[in-house]
Design a protein around this ligand. Sequence first.
Ligand code: URA
Length: 234
Amino acid sequence: MERLDKLLAGTGRWSRKEARELLRQGRVAVEGRPALRGEEKVPEGASVTVDGLPVSTERTVYLMLHKPAGVLSATEDRRQATVLDLLPEHLRKVGLFPVGRLDKDTEGLLLLTNDGGLAHRLLSPKKHVDKVYYAALDGPVTDGDVRAFAEGMTLEDGEPCLPAGLEPAGEDGCLVTLREGKFHQVKRMLALRGRTVLYLKRLSMGPLTLDGALAPGEWRPLNGAELEELEKLR
Ligand code: URA
């Protein structure tokens, strides 16, 4: 049994305050009966709807975060701020973790979820989920760099990389497309070509593209279309 307001907030789609407002407006029903009280206890597996549409009571949460520079892609750290510190309290207790890591100084798209199966599929090199990054560099990329990326590079410690995309973007910038996520991979691949990354931002991950309306540090739940696209990876 769980309190209705907590259950609604636990989906990540509404804050507790917004959930109370939905209840007050009579938009929530439990087992087809209108529910007005947040304190109402909901049995496990009961049907809960908002505006007639079912709300998943399995508490899987999917959030798109525009990770700012300066925070760790981790769930906790003794000294430094993590991406979970950017979320309101009610979302810090539902077991969310970042799907793949971005370096502390990297910005951009980070998916936070408590759906371990989905995280595994998104990160598996076998699923060929492309991740696209924009990098600002200390100089332009060359045709030779593009060819080296396409052929598949070997990192300085001998680790081989899958073929990757490299495309010049503006003056001294480039777009890098990876289908794996080795430690500091973009920076290390570019370093092997003699380039230094001055700024790095992840723009997309498989079907998810960073929402341009989110400023660094802002987040939103994934929308229905995004969830449908992720469902196709199963
Ligand atoms: N590659 C990097 O070097 N850093 C990141 O944060 C992501 C990919």
